[in-house]
Design a protein around this ligand. Structure first.
Ligand SMILES: Cc1cc2nc3c(=O)[nH]c(=O)nc-3n(C[C@H](O)[C@H](O)[C@H](O)COP(=O)(O)OP(=O)(O)OC[C@H]3O[C@@H](n4cnc5c(N)ncnc54)[C@H](O)[C@@H]3O)c2cc1C
Length: 320
């Protein structure tokens, strides 16, 4: 199977979010995968070169300086056709959902999203993916070629480093990049904190955090003491307590940090769908019956307003 991996970029830099898709390609087609990075004046290409790809293709063009799906999708489709790719793959993120759905449309190809396993059985590709808020695993048979896929990051992890670097090849942008949509701005709520989907530590807060100032003081304060990212429940987002881009869960982001601290989070199935792959889960909740305790490795039945200031202070002091 010839695989074309689409690297995630913000138009200027290659992101480490691309690595699970490379790990997937290494496992499924170690001898025949190519990585494609699109942008303008792309930096950090070395993030992609040490994993055994046949080549890392870079397409630089001023019209591709921002990651607009309308502009990137024809570039991906062009190189998928040129390479005769059997599969076009990226890690499941907002970027890939946006771009690859259009690629599937342009190639008239089937699309599989968020897959955690893929096998070839009797000449057919059979994929598994979490469904119903990750409470069930669905098995899907796909017909046709090429196949467009997003792969769930935590299921594939990081690729194995390989001895020699892959050659970096400059590739031309196709002549007819559509320019009907324009980049206006990127609105982020990270405030200099690590990216939510990449962070080693995530501290998430729920509806009882009252308002944005309280949320920032308690949840932001603990996250900063741990060098972590901030997440939120949908109830907190809907109540205007936290910005939309911090939402974790079925209709938010999927995270799998080494440590996830859920503060005043009830543990609805929709929230769990976005964080239950975390390595260690800590829950702080006044209700000992809260469902979050069923998935927590460590639980503290306590009022956040009492324990969070103490915990944050202790952590700050322990750093010396
Ligand atoms: C289609 C659909 C999609 C959804 N997608 C998502 C999603 O992506 N992400 C998501 O999070 N939700 C999602 N939801 C909403 C979800 O069902 C829950 O309503 C939501 O997760 C609850 O958020 P919460 O835990 O902040 O609030 P609550 O359910 O109100 O829970 C608050 C918790 O805080 C505890 N508490 C109260 N006061 C304190 C205190 N002082 N100290 C400590 N603990 C305290 C309470 O005991 C309670 O357990 C979705 C719902 C639907 C229908």
């Amino acid at each position: 199977m010839k695989i074309l991996v689409l690297a995630e970029t913000d138009g200027g830099r290659v992101s480490e979010k691309s690595l699970p898709a490379i790990a997937f390609a290494q496992q499924k087609s170690p001898e025949a995968f190519t990585v494609l990075a699109i942008g303008d004046n792309l930096q950090c290409i070395e993030t992609l070169t040490g994993y055994g790809a046949q080549a890392v293709l870079t397409v630089n063009h001023p019209a591709l300086a921002k990651p607009l799906a309308e502009r990137y999708a024809p570039v991906v489709a062009h190189y998928a056709r040129q390479l005769g790719a059997d599969a076009i793959v990226a890690t499941t993120t907002t970027f890939s959902r946006d771009v690859l759905a259009r690629v599937a449309g342009l190639l008239d190809a089937p699309m599989l999203s968020d897959i955690i396993a893929l096998e070839q059985t009797d000449g057919k590709l059979v994929a598994k993916r979490p469904i119903y808020s990750a409470n069930l695993i669905g098995t899907f048979e796909v017909e046709g070629s090429p196949v467009v896929m997003t792969v769930r990051g935590p299921a594939w992890g990081k690729p194995e480093p390989k001895g020699a670097d892959s050659p970096v090849q400059t590739a031309e942008a196709p002549a007819d990049i559509p320019t009907r949509s324009e980049w206006v701005r990127l609105q982020g709520g990270g405030g200099g904190r690590p990216d939510l989907t990449q962070a080693r530590v995530v501290v998430s807060g729920g509806r009882p955090l009252k308002d944005p100032e309280t949320f920032e003081k308690y949840i932001g304060g603990l996250a900063d003491a741990l060098g972590g990212a901030v997440g939120a429940t949908r109830a907190a987002v809907d109540a205007g307590i936290a910005p939309n881009e911090l939402q974790v869960g079925q209709t938010g982001k999927t995270v799998a940090p080494e440590l996830y601290i859920a503060v005043a989070v009830s543990g609805s199935v929709q929230h769990l769908a976005g964080m239950k792959d975390s390595k260690v889960i800590v829950a702080i909740n006044t209700d000992p019956e809260a469902p979050i305790f069923q998935v927590a490795d460590y639980g503290l039945v306590a009022d956040l307003y009492q324990v969070l200031p103490e915990l944050t202070e202790l952590l700050k002091n322990s750093k010396g």
